[in-house]
Design a protein around this ligand. Structure first.
Ligand SMILES: NC(=O)NCCC(=O)O
Ligand SMILES: [Zn+2]
Ligand SMILES: [Zn+2]
Length: 461
């Protein structure tokens, strides 16, 4: 089966140029001068549109056990929604439950995901126990294609790791070619602020934001960077939300340390004002780190331009408003933490291009090319070039759409971006050469997505 994508503007992280893209089987066969005569079984007209590498969302949580419930998207529904939004690869988190083994965890996540994904997928591993067994098992995870290990300085009693545990895991990561991913918030101090708020009868969702000050994200980020420096381990800060944390990352990067960071669309577009919405509406916006006052947003956009923020992932972690966020009515600390977004990352970041915050090429870089390199998937993913997987999005930059829960495909009963008007829209999506979304709707299949074993982080020096 061959497909010719004709007449579009090909956009890679390195530049944009008019070209036709020839797909043969699952791979890109050639980028051709526009109109170059070639036979293909199917032709897609991309006139007036961008042709970009499929999005790679390096931070999702499908079917995640958390906050006394499970995130509402299954691998089937979540990856289908991803495809609708032009994301053709996700990297999800396998979660080690305390007292269980990392390899059993990996088996459990394969059982959930294998045969159930509409697009390709990989795993990171959440390490909840740092002991000799888990540390040894990290080696086997790397052999199984999982070389990124998330740890938490937040959530005492759940995922929290002490500095000593983090240090040991970082030493192991350094030894085996892994990268530690860090949820950097000072959970011990936050727990005190939460207890004080509840004791004073402050129970509304906005308190989630007020009890997790930006300084405590900045402090934890600095501490994680110091531990990484002492151990020589690479470090990837997940879901960075605060200017103070960005400052710490910038300083470390300026000294040449292997420190990387991602932010998420919610921190670029939503704010503490959303958390303060009345009638428990604010619960829709509870995630950790919390949404910040608006002034952080311009700093985050600046960080994306300067590459101190290298990646934008969603931290997609959907909980329904009606029966899941409800668990925290009367006690904000019991609201399941997470915001849905896997379907809208490409569109939301395109608004950055429309508004002049980032270039067209940078849009592709932070949403596809850098995640591919960071998570060991490049050059198979993240670039339009001969030999790469034909994960391709035809994107209409002038189409208008309005985000709404009434039209989205994520298995969640609200949208954090309800009513937001977007310029640009996914037109056609190919996953390994197969059209999975086009004007007629979803043409893919649950089960089409394959597990990706990942190589080394390509940014390590
Ligand atoms: N971020 C969030 O609130 N939920 C997902 C779990 C995590 O990434 O910490
Ligand atoms: Zn986290
Ligand atoms: Zn997360």
């Amino acid at each position: 089966m061959s497909t010719l994508i004709k007449g579009g503007l090909v956009v890679n992280a390195t530049g944009a140029f008019p070209a036709d893209v020839l797909v043969a089987g699952e791979q890109i066969a050639a980028l051709l001068a526009p109109g170059f005569p070639v036979q293909a079984d199917e032709t897609i007209d991309a006139g007036g549109k961008y042709v970009i590498p499929g999005g790679i969302d390096g931070h999702t949580h499908m079917e995640m056990p958390f906050g006394g419930t499970f995130s509402a998207d299954t691998f089937a529904t979540g990856t289908t929604a991803a495809a609708w939004g032009g994301t053709t690869t996700i990297v999800d988190f396998a979660v080690q439950a305390k007292g269980t083994s990392l390899l059993a965890t990996l088996d459990k996540w394969h059982a959930k995901a294998d045969g159930n994904c509409a697009v390709d997928y990989g795993f990171h591993m959440i390490v909840s126990d740092v002991d000799d067994t888990s540390l040894k098992e990290m080696e086997s995870c790397v052999s199984a294609g999982v070389n990124t290990f998330k740890m938490f300085m937040a959530y005492p009693g759940v995922f929290y790791a002490t500095d000593g545990e983090i240090l040991r895991a970082m030493q192991k990561a350094r030894e085996i070619g892994g990268t530690v991913m860090m949820h950097a918030e000072n959970g011990i101090a936050i727990d005190q602020l939460v207890a004080q708020a509840l004791a004073q009868g402050r129970t509304d969702p906005v308190e989630h934001g007020l009890t997790r000050p930006a300084e405590l994200e900045g402090e934890a980020t600095s501490r994680a960077i110091t531990l990484a420096k002492v151990t020589g381990s690479p470090l990837y800060i997940v879901h960075l939300s605060a200017a103070q944390a960005l400052d710490a990352v910038t300083r470390a990067r300026d000294t040449g340390q292997n420190v990387f960071a991602e932010t998420c669309p919610q921190y670029l577009y939503l704010s503490l004002e959303d958390l303060a919405k009345p009638d428990f509406e604010g619960s829709k916006y509870v995630a950790s780190p919390p949404l910040r006052p608006r002034e952080h947003q311009s700093e985050l956009w600046r960080g994306l331009r300067t590459n101190d923020l290298s990646v934008v992932s969603t931290d997609h972690c959907p909980f329904c408003f009606k029966d899941q966020k409800e668990l925290g009515r009367g006690d904000f600390s019991k609201i399941p933490n997470g915001i849905p977004g896997v379907e809208h990352r490409m569109d939301l970041l395109h608004q950055g291009v429309v508004k002049g915050e980032i270039s067209l090429e940078r849009w592709v870089e932070i949403s596809s090319t850098t995640p591919a390199r960071m998570f060991g998937l490049h050059p198979r993913k993240g670039v339009l070039a001969p030999g790469a997987d034909a994960d391709i999005v035809v994107y209409d930059p002038t189409a208008k759409q309005t985000i709404s829960a009434a039209t989205h495909h994520m298995n969640v009963d609200y949208s954090a971006y309800e009513g937001m008007e977007i310029t640009g829209k996914v037109d056609t999506v190919l996953s390994r050469g197969r059209v999975v979304v086009d004007g007629s709707g979803f043409r893919g299949a649950v089960g089409h997505g394959r597990f990706l074993t990942r190589e080394l982080n390509q940014y390590l020096v």
